[in-house]
Design a protein around this ligand. Structure first.
Ligand code: MSP
Length: 633
């Protein structure tokens, strides 16, 4: 028997988090759709996901919780698995970097690279941000703080092991020249070449003395293998590389696709391939760096208040609504917006109207006119031919999009066919045919066409919204649920009497109202009351900015000279330089807190304060059209 073609697809391994959000579901849903699709196409698929559990951050959080790091992560991982289950993620293996086999494999890899001279001992010096587990160079710091989170960093110097990335630069560049698929999409390829390869690769620090929660360097007690060699190697340790049984590794490696978010592209398309090169292993065929799901254009995060557990969406709308929205909404490779309201609008318009109604109407008519039973088409009209051609071509059209990893357009192909079927009902008007006994044959053929169309669409939808596809097959009571039967004309139908409603319409207005009230609730966080006497102690006056320039020592600050009336000029320092150009402020009539105690801000005297409003998108200096010197009450 001929061996099946294999397909190995991976997501990144996730940091343990109690706050998994829809963004985290993004990579996983795409990988799942691809894995399901390839399985349907007859591939022998291995779909890997998992968790990345080591590092200082986990160690600190566990300490705070008074438990060991492993005890700390175990329930979090159980929670993540529960989320994947409720989203119908069909992974074949969930790897944890705390798994014994993984630990052993990482140590063997480290040892091998050391013995062949690709890992050597040196000294690492850098600014370390503990929450981000990141070392930064002096030049990367922003105002002396971590460029990612803005928190304090500490200068750290320690012995560490380094991996000779630089040694492999030439070999890697040569490889890349003939393997452009390694870095997808194209725009990210250019970024990697221009920003990292052209300036020259530097050796990579691959161990830490300061981090304890991790895999020990096998030949040096004081050192822990640092995040990237530990994390990246999961893709081969999961297959048993360097274990007693390498059969999965032999079968599935190299990976067909590593699917990752854009922020970890460099690690996956430069560091990881070079580690593999050093190990003498084949490189992954493709690494695809997708964009992010954002909310109102910004990051999704608990601290921003826009966080919602994806399971709440699944509970309210079903896994397929979330999957459909995630998979169809974002042009692959770009960032895309997530909003509950948009998700519900898409559910109503696409899933309930275009798909759900079509299925329901058709089954109802089949029951009403033929007691649920229609036979194969006997007379094919020109109109039927046109629809059949479209339907029979759908498989190829979807396949082309899937090969290009263009999932939104793969779904668009299917939904265009569903729309065509809806139009076909309007064109053929079965309810009119039903009035004329002589049209019984035609009515049978029309309903048969639609039922077959629905079956073929369900076949294509299986990878994306699997629960719904199965419900449709059940409603059609068909056993022809695989690509073997992807052409119109498979068999007759005997549909069920009372099909399940696939997608109840959600009341968008009610949702809007709920979201607005939730938003308002989240926002109102008032300070304790003050009396009018307290308030009147604050002297607010209208002033005019005469001059403004950047603070000599702080990029975020502006130093302005402000006329507050009666010839009094105040020097005021304000933290708005990132948002307001100094020249734009000159001439503006602003509101000044005139009796604020003077203070030195980064060495510059500030006498007073400008009132500034700030929301997620906008920083706005409050202004007044009253005369300079006017008291504001
Ligand atoms: N542990 C590393 C990966 C190591 S892989 C050898 C990591 N973990 S993560 O939990 O921070 O992120 C996992 C994946 O989730 C990444 O691909 C990341 O891009 C993705 N996402 C996290 N937030 C996201 C959005 N808001 N939108 C889309 N994907 C995002 O990085």
């Amino acid at each position: 028997m001929e061996n099946k073609k294999t397909y190995y697809v991976t997501t990144p391994i996730y940091y343990p988090s109690d706050n998994f959000h829809v963004g985290h579901c993004y990579t996983t849903c795409i990988a799942d759709a691809l894995a399901r699709y390839k399985r349907e196409k007859g591939y022998d698929v291995f779909f890997l996901t998992g968790s990345d559990e080591h590092g200082q951050k986990i160690e600190d959080r566990a300490k705070k919780a008074g438990v060991s790091p492993k005890e700390f992560v175990d329930p979090i991982i159980a929670n993540a698995k529960d989320l994947w289950q409720s989203l119908n993620i069909s992974y074949d293996k969930f790897i944890r970097t705390t798994d014994d086999e993984h630990v052993k494999c990482v140590q063997k890899i480290f040892q091998k690279l050391y013995e062949q001279g690709d890992i050597y001992k040196g000294t690492y010096e850098g600014w370390y941000c503990t929450p981000c587990e990141a070392f930064w160079t002096e030049a990367q710091l922003v105002d002396g703080k971590c460029p990612d989170c803005g928190r304090d960093v500490v200068l750290t110097k320690e012995d560490a092991y380094f991996f000779k990335l630089s040694k492999y630069q030439k070999q890697f560049e040569e490889y890349l020249a003939s393997h452009r698929d390694l870095m997808q999409p194209e725009s990210r390829y250019n970024e990697m070449v221009n920003n990292f390869l052209k300036p020259g690769l530097k050796d990579l620090c691959v161990s830490r003395a300061s981090v304890k929660w991790g895999i020990p360097v096998p030949f040096d007690d004081g050192q822990t293998i640092y995040v990237w060699i530990d994390a990246l190697t999961n893709y081969i340790s999961a297959l048993g590389y360097l274990s007693d049984d390498e059969s999965l590794f032999e079968k599935y490696w190299p990976a067909d696709l590593h699917l990752i978010g854009k922020e970890i592209f460099r690690f996956h398309t430069i560091i990881w391939p070079i580690i593999l090169m050093a190990l003498g292993l084949p490189l992954p065929k493709k690494v695809y760096g997708h964009g992010w799901l954002t909310i109102d254009g910004g990051k999704i995060s608990k601290s921003k208040g826009n966080y919602k557990d994806p399971r709440e969406f699944i509970k309210d709308y079903g896994a397929d609504t979330l999957r459909y929205y995630i998979l169809s909404e974002v042009p692959f490779g770009s960032d895309g917006n997530f909003s509950e309201l948009l998700m519900v609008e898409r559910r109503n318009s696409d899933l309930a109207n275009i798909l759900g109604n079509l299925v329901n109407r058709t089954i109802t008519m089949t029951n009403k006119y033929f007691d649920g039973e229609v036979t194969r088409i006997s007379n094919i009209t020109e109109l039927d031919k046109e629809v059949i051609i479209g339907l029979n071509h759908m498989e190829k059209d979807v396949e082309a999009k899937m090969e290009a990893l263009d999932i939104p357009n793969a779904l668009a192909v299917i939904f265009n066919n569903l729309k065509r079927l809806n139009k076909y009902i309007d064109e053929t008007t079965p309810w009119i045919l039903a009035k004329d006994e002589s049209q019984k044959g035609r009515l049978n053929d029309v309903l048969y066409m639609i039922l077959e169309g629905i079956r073929l669409c369900a076949l294509e939808l299986k990878a994306f919204i699997p629960e719904t596809a199965e419900k449709i097959f059940d409603a059609l009571d068909t056993k022809y649920r695989t690509f073997e039967y992807a052409k119109v004309g498979t068999s007759g139908f005997k549909v069920v009497k009372k099909p399940e409603i696939l997608f109840e319409r959600i009341d968008e207005e009610a949702l809007k109202a709920r979201l607005e009230s939730e938003e308002a609730e989240a926002k109102i966080e008032h300070l304790p009351e003050v009396t009018i006497d307290d308030f009147s102690k604050v002297e607010l006056v209208v002033g005019k900015v005469l001059e403004s320039k950047k603070h000599p020592d702080a990029d975020r600050l502006l130093v302005s000279q402000v006329d507050i009336g009666s010839g009094e000029i105040r020097q005021i320092v304000t933290g708005i330089a990132e948002f307001v150009k100094p020249e734009d402020l000159v001439g503006t009539k602003v509101i000044v807190v005139a009796n604020l105690k003077p203070a030195k801000i980064k060495g510059v005297e500030s006498k007073g304060m400008l009132l500034v409003g700030e929301d997620d998108e906008l920083v706005n200096v409050l202004t007044s059209t009253c005369k300079v010197g006017t008291r504001i009450r």
